[in-house]
Design a binder for this molecule. Sequence first.
Ligand code: SAM
Ligand code: SF4
Ligand code: F3S
Length: 476
Amino acid sequence: MAELLKKEIDEALQGTAIAPKMGEETLLYKKFYIESYGCAMNFSDSEIVASILKEEGFGATTIMEEADLFLINTCSIRDKAEQTVRNRLHIFRREKKKKSGALIGVLGCMAERLKAKLLDEEKLVDMVVGPDAYRSLPMLIQEAESGQKGINVLLSREETYADISPVRLDNNGVSAFVSIMRGCNNMCTFCVVPFTRGRERSRDAGSILQECKALFGEGYKEITLLGQNVDSYHFTPPNEIDQSNSVTFALLLERVAQIDPKLRVRFSTSHPKDITDDVLFTMAKYPNICKYLHLPVQSGNTAVLQRMNRTYTREWYLNKVKRIKEIMPEADVSTDLIIGFCGETEEEHQDTLSLMDICKFSLAYMYTYSERPGTLAERRYTDDVPEATKQRRLEEVIAMYRGHSLTQYQASVGQTFEVLIENTSKRSEEHWSGRNSQNKMVVFPKGNYDLQQGNYVMVKVTNATSGTLLGEIVSI
Ligand code: SAM
Ligand code: SF4
Ligand code: F3S
């Protein structure tokens, strides 16, 4: 899944005073400040948290100094992610000291992994709340206000927050995340997610469709369906005995695409072992389902994939990519790679480079292996590739990726794409930025057209770097 760095609550919510509920004297009108780290699911969860707090009369602020409640939604995927959070917590604590009665809460995967340790050893925080326990946040706040430490890290087999309408914390009003499932049942040996997020469960399909329709009604034009492994989405309505009435991911995707041809649909993340022809044919059938797949491979060598317990081989992966291109020749594929996993030899590393050379990924998230306490890899294998070797191999992988992405982007010069306008370009007020169906960023002059965020335009590409297409509007 595409990993994001720090993101603060956006301008859209700034100053949005959410009135306290009438008749509730126990809760004062207070403001919360939230920072989110890690994957898109965490950012989506922060929107659920914002909704739960709003119901309790809390208002959001993007200005830390204004807050009474400091929240940090955390990630445990690599050691560095946890270090970043620890550094931020020290800053929160300095801020908290300036305001009597202020509280600090740690949410998300690190809360789940470290549990009470965060309260006892680090003494930096007042509340620790795991990803399935956000409904208990108001109660934990009350406990913390009365001087106790609040903790709930229970994982659930049912919780999907299906009935909660997230408060959108994004800033463009064009693109939104919609969680369709939680947890993960795969046991990739390197990964902490099954321990921090619990068992996989699929959200009620009706509630997903309702949320997507509401978003389109509010003006959103792009929805990304989220899950750690979206292809294993499977929802059977309660009391339904006939499994043929179940909703698979392909069917869900189709129903979301049918909401309106002007609503773009994306999804993340797909697991190579689970993605089906049904999904690929559904993608091909609907022009508004974006022709882009994030298909993490992790390694190009079958023995390494086995040690990772990815349950596919190099050949299986290459066949999947071939199949994608057969069904949708225009589709782009991106990936995640872990460099220097336990026992990775020079030959095994070369296999990753050669797989990259065949697949020519349009985008790749590349990480050196970071051993995580409690994972299967930590128990079974030795983290024996020296740090310097990991770094050198990572540089080789990055160099290869850069070469491919430049060639790929340059191959778009002369082509015309439909682009959804997302924002004014960061570099120039005179330019729009948006993405094409293949998820490539396109920047182009605003010209004299009467356009705004959320409009679609046809843009002809005139130039390219390894990460951006530059072009001109040819029609609106
Ligand atoms: N569910 C997705 C899948 O299976 O492809 C991946 C989700 S994970 C949150 C995002 C990425 O983090 C993984 O694809 C992997 O490349 C990377 N990752 C996970 N554990 C890691 C570790 N221990 N060290 C380095 N990278 C790791
Ligand atoms: Fe982690 Fe594997 Fe699940 Fe992805 S599929 S979240 S890498 S265990
Ligand atoms: Fe996501 Fe990090 Fe948790 S990648 S699921 S926030 S460990």
